[in-house]
Design a protein around this ligand. Structure first.
Ligand SMILES: Nc1ncnc2c1ncn2[C@@H]1O[C@H](COP(=O)(O)OP(=O)(O)OP(=O)(O)O)[C@@H](O)[C@H]1O
Ligand SMILES: O=C(O)c1ccc[n+]([C@@H]2O[C@H](COP(=O)([O-])O)[C@@H](O)[C@H]2O)c1
Length: 459
């Protein structure tokens, strides 16, 4: 029998407990539930009220632990709305696709006047030929004559809507019974849906919370520290991730676990530890610390074109770069927002870095470090021969950058993402991600801002 996929699209603005309950029922009925939060949509302008990165995190936080559920962040990352007919085409090679909709979408179906007929692209055609999983919904009576030809009925009595959640949050009414605990905590941290601009950092606490621990097996100090923190571990339901090691260990940990959307609290067992907290300060107070600062930091979204023309996507927390693979210097072209700004860059390579990563390789290559919440990122050349004296550029958050190898055969280049080799590439395209962000946590009096001050004023 074919694998059956429930395609559960929606604005999930925000995703609530009602959505999770629905997804749990779907996960019992289908082999997979593919959850697709939509990007900007002409029929739902309110989805733009909260930046996509927050909506993406909330979807991961709400559905991430549900077995059989997969959250597809494509639309949020690409800032688009993929219509259901296109989603069906995208997924049909993987499974038999069933479009999930609430009963509100099929009212008037018998007269070919349902919202699917009138509001979906190719609606009438899909109505006839596609498969639908119809959810009964309190407040919406369902007439059997309105059902589409190929359907399964999922009888539910789950009250709730995102409109109600948004309204409760806006008017400062309790919403904890409408959201998962993790999503509620996250919404409060960044002041989402309050009618004001969301924050990118906030003060808070880790007190009484449980963690999962990641150590660096090659770092004895980090492995020895594990026992100290063992009483605070709950591997099954952690509230934050405790990383013991250096910045490299933190980068590896972020690469592996960022989709858990849990805050990362690092304790430095390495050298620089820019992404980490200092061990003496952590050990001198109770654990988990009562006063901390949470910072939501964007990742870089990267598309790399390999030598065979394949496009590979990835995310970088600190930086991504292209480097010469042989003794020949690299000849690169750099385009910014599609405009060729450096038609021929002769160098060892070129790097893009987030503000959070600006204290690492970007700084070593001569760029100024940026405060972590600077709404900007960096492009930096490595050992630049031509154009003489060009070193780096500060980029605004909505800038896209393309680095192209002008002589792939004679002067091959390799790409690196957060220090991990991605093999030979012809080009990379990069911009700040709209869907991938990471939360780092610092002791309140030793936050990242304080560390930057230390670098800038040589302390
Ligand atoms: N309580 C519910 N019972 C059954 N179906 C629901 C319920 N809430 C939402 N749905 C269905 O889930 C899908 C995604 O919903 P969506 O994200 O738009 O949620 P919503 O809570 O209805 O949002 P909003 O209130 O912003 O319109 C839609 O097909 C919708 O009909
Ligand atoms: O395909 C379309 O043109 C189309 C237009 C509007 C809505 N939809 C789908 O309808 C579903 C429910 O949407 P909503 O508004 O309740 O979030 C969801 O899967 C959307 O992708 C689809």
């Amino acid at each position: 029998m074919a694998r059956r996929m429930a395609l559960f699209g929606g604005s999930f603005n925000p995703p609530g407990l009602h959505h999770l309950r629905i997804a749990e029922v779907l996960a019992r009925e289908f082999d997979e539930v593919r959850i697709v939060p939509c990007g900007p949509r002409p029929d739902k302008p309110e989805v733009n009220s909260v930046p996509s990165a927050f909506r993406a995190a909330l979807c991961d936080l709400t559905f991430g632990c549900l077995k059989g559920a997969v959250v597809d962040l494509f639309d949020l990352e690409q800032d688009t709305f993929t219509r259901n007919h296109a989603l069906e085409e995208r997924y049909q090679a993987e499974a038999e696709v069933w479009h999930v909709v609430g009963a509100d979408w099929i009212e008037g179906g018998a007269q070919h006047r349902s919202a699917i007929h009138t509001g979906w692209e190719k609606g009438p055609e899909l109505w006839q030929r596609s498969r639908f999983a119809i959810l009964t919904r309190p407040g919406h009576t369902m007439d059997a004559a309105d059902l589409p030809p190929n359907h399964v009925l999922i009888p539910l009595e789950i009250p709730g809507s995102s409109t109600l959640i948004r309204d409760s949050l806006l008017h400062r009414r309790a919403a904890d019974h409408l959201l998962t605990k993790k999503a509620h905590r996250y919404i409060n941290r960044y002041g989402l849906y309050r009618g004001t601009n969301p924050a990118t950092w906030s003060r808070g606490t880790l007190e009484d919370l449980k963690c999962m621990i990641q150590t660096d097996p090659r770092n004895g100090k980090s492995v020895n520290w594990r026992d100290k923190f063992q009483p605070h571990v709950n591997e099954d339901a952690p509230d934050f991730i405790l990383t013991l090691g250096g910045d490299g260990a933190m980068l590896r940990c972020i690469r592996e676990y960022w989709r858990k959307r849990l805050p990362f609290f690092g304790v430095n067992a390495g050298h620089v530890g820019f992404l980490m907290n200092a061990p003496d300060q952590v050990f001198e107070q109770s654990f988990p610390p009562t006063e901390v600062i949470f910072r939501q930091l964007p990742q870089i979204y990267i598309e790399m074109e390999t030598e065979t023309g394949e496009i590979i996507q990835d995310y970088a927390f600190n930086d991504a770069w292209v480097e010469r693979s042989t003794s020949q210097s690299a000849w690169l072209e750099v385009k910014v927002n599609g405009i060729s700004r450096l038609p021929k860059l002769v160098s060892d390579g070129a790097l893009v870095s987030t503000a959070a990563g600006s204290t690492a390789y970007a700084r070593a290559m001569g760029a100024s470090p940026l405060l972590a919440d600077t709404p900007a990122w960096l492009l930096v050349g490595s050992n630049v021969l031509e154009p003489a004296h060009w070193k780096s550029a500060l980029l605004s958050s909505d800038t896209s950058v393309e680095i192209l190898n002008l002589e792939c055969d004679k002067r091959p280049t390799t790409a690196y993402v957060d220090g991990v080799s991605q093999g030979a590439v012809r080009s990379i395209r990069a911009r700040l991600s709209r869907a991938a962000a990471v939360e780092l946590v610092f002791l309140a009096n030793r936050d990242m801002a304080e560390k930057i001050a230390g670098i800038q004023f040589m302390r």
